[in-house]
Write a protein that binds this ligand. Sequence first.
Ligand SMILES: [Zn+2]
Length: 302
Amino acid sequence: MTLVKDCRFFHTYSTENSVPVHTANHGVLETTGRGMCIGWMTIGNHHLRVKLSNCLHAPNAMLNLLSVSCMNAKGWDINFKSNMTCELGYKGNTLGSIPATGKLYAVDLDFIPHSEPSPACLTPEFAASVQAPLTLDLWHARLGHLGQNAIARLDKVAKGVSFDSNTPLSTCESCIMAKHPHLPFHSSETERASKFLEMIHSDICGPIPVVTPHSKRYFIVFLDDHTHILNIQLLASKDQALSAWTMVRAKWENLSGLHIKIFRSDNGGEFINDAFTQALESAGIERQRSAPYAHQQNGKAE
Ligand SMILES: [Zn+2]
């Protein structure tokens, strides 16, 4: 008997004649119905759409199991070899071999779910996830706003993609918004510093998904506007921005004998807080901030 775990794979379903099944590993398995399933089977280079009639629905099965005798009866040749592979053929044509996984032979079979749930599975939870109609719009949204021509080719290059190609892609507001170009920001020549330490740009970046061996997940940059001398510090958290700034400021001022005049950053909370403001004010450093959502004004550090 062919056993299938998932009720969504049944294209026909009947609760009559469901019987307990004795299996090699699990003792007795309860089945709740039987019906027909459809799937794509891949053997070597062959990609076949197969119909599995009279499958038993066994929700507690550990695996979907194909029945060798049912396959034989439908015209399949199944040849178990001593090198632990199984050669499959259909109506006299050899298709390819599949390897043994432990004591079982694993067939690459992708079940095609039925779009309507079978009556036995129509619990409220399942009814809430009934499949949406497959349209170009849906695939456009699922695949990161893929273009219409690319979607139209999908059914030739991917498994399990189907859609109604007669309904054209509708106008997508997100695509229109995303493709609007931003006007260029011109950097103002007059603002350029004429000396080292006249203006320092700063920005912080993170959290970075991969943490360093010393638990650092942010970095802060300090950039001198005139010389483009750059200092980068790794931080464990954003609140270490002030101590990084204090250290870099002391180092640069001490080495050059000059004083920092202007500190420019965006409006990040690591810069705009009482402690940072006090540190700048007590050193007589003017703070300049870029306007919200105008990162270009903090362009050099960004
Ligand atoms: Zn779009």
